[in-house]
Write a protein that binds this ligand. Structure first.
Ligand code: LLP
Length: 386
């Protein structure tokens, strides 16, 4: 027996595919868990909008009182439109354009996470032109290996993100000279889909060291931001729908040497939204090749690019068949050989018209969809409005 998620399958049958389906009850349970676990230590949580910027999802997250972590002017606007207060918005990114910085300044966002000396100088210029003082955190590249996929590792010397530890002194000197910049914190983000807590332990230890360096220079910061990165269980979405936020926050609480009055911030994306979303797709054809049986779906990497881009695994379930299990290569219709969702996938025997759920697709799914091959962007449906 293949264990499957619970879906309103009969209702799905009348809907045009492919589409994203969001389990709003699970999203809310996840948000309650994050709030409770972070709340135990008074930690602040800014949802990483990049994981899923669907307006309905954003507005639910805003209702729960989280802040927003944005990486573009578009995301700042989406967060404001969804009801996130500007005073809870943080803004990171190695390539902030002038209009994006201005949008942040005009709305008095909580903090710019600054990634280079070059960016600092432009921020100073733009803030001065508006007679404002920009609150900033220095995004430091902590040189901690996240042991995750190379394409989603960010905290190593060779990555483009953050200020290298060896250059921190120079940047701090610059900050002290700038009149329209106020240093309020330090920020680090080491990567994504991190399931080994040792990586986060390494990060906290590094931040403790950085704090000592800052203090040696007479600098005290009010805010420490540890970014996002907590991974989810892509293999067991039915057993483990909510990530272990308790263990995650406990690592920081245990090891972090907090100074009086310091505030701690996080920017989780995937761990909040991944498990509540599934991509629902229809089987177009079952093609029996010489060595393989292909299950050809009407969704492709245009709707969910993670398998093609990061060799990511997404659990697949045939939610309209309980027939004997067979092995398929599950592929999409896009004209590229990389348009494969999974090889040798066990599915209940598939027929044209069956619905296949690609699980754990709520993060970096809908938001990364493209119109390649002149396809339409996927639509979305929600458990509470069906
Ligand atoms: N903060 C910063 C500065 C980030 O760059 C990211 C993710 C996050 C927070 C949120 O990380 P999370 O909690 O979601 O791991 N498209 C890739 C993931 C890219 C992550 C980019 N940065 C994927 O599909 O796996």
């Amino acid at each position: 027996m293949i264990l499957k998620g619970t879906f309103p399958t009969e209702k799905f049958k009348s809907l045009a595919t492919p589409f994203y389906f969001y389990d709003i009850t699970l999203l809310k349970e996840t948000l309650n868990t994050v709030k409770t676990e972070a709340g135990k230590y008074g930690y602040h949580v800014h949802y990483a909008v990049k994981a899923n910027a669907n307006p309905r999802i954003l507005s639910i997250i805003a209702e729960y009182g989280l802040g927003a972590d944005c990486v573009s002017g578009g995301e700042i606007q989406a967060a404001l439109d969804a009801g996130f207060p500007a005073r809870k918005i943080v803004y990171a990114g190695v390539g902030k354009a002038d209009w994006e910085i201005n949008l942040g300044l005009d709305n008095d966002i909580f903090c710019f996470n600054v990634e280079s000396a070059a960016e600092l100088e432009i921020l100073e210029e733009l803030a001065a032109a508006k007679n404002k003082v920009a609150s900033i955190a220095l995004r430091i590249n902590p040189e901690v290996d996240a042991h995750t996929h190379a394409k989603i590792t960010t905290g190593m010397k060779e990555n483009k993100f953050g200020i290298n530890l060896s250059q921190l002194g120079q940047v701090l000197d610059l900050v002290c000279r700038l009149e329209h910049i106020k240093l309020i914190g330090i920020h680090c983000h080491i990567g994504s889909q991190i399931t080994d807590m040792a990586a986060f332990r390494g990060l906290v230890i590094r931040v403790n060291e950085i704090q000592e360096e800052l203090e040696a220079r007479g600098i005290k910061v009010e805010n420490l931001n540890f970014g996002g990165g907590l991974g989810i269980d892509y293999y067991h979405p039915n057993h483990l729908p909510i990530p272990a936020f308790d263990n995650y926050f406990a690592v920081f609480n245990k090891l972090l040497q907090l100074r009086p009055g310091q505030q701690v911030h996080f920017e989780p994306g995937r761990s909040i939204v991944a498990q509540c979303g599934s991509l629902i797709s229809k089987v177009l054809y079952v093609k029996v090749g010489e060595t393989k049986k292909f299950c050809i779906l009407d969704a492709g990497f245009t709707e969910l690019i993670r398998p093609a881009m990061y060799d990511a695994y997404h659990r697949m379930e045939n939610i309209t068949s309980d027939e004997e299990v067979e092995v398929y290569d599950v592929v999409g219709p896009i004209c590229e050989s990389s348009d494969v969702f999974g090889k040798d996938v066990e599915l209940n025997r598939a027929h044209r018209g069956d619905l296949i759920a690609l699980r754990s697709a709520g993060a970096y799914g809908e938001v990364m969809a493209s119109q390649y091959n002149c396809r339409k962007l996927p639509t979305a449906h929600y458990s509470d409005t069906m």
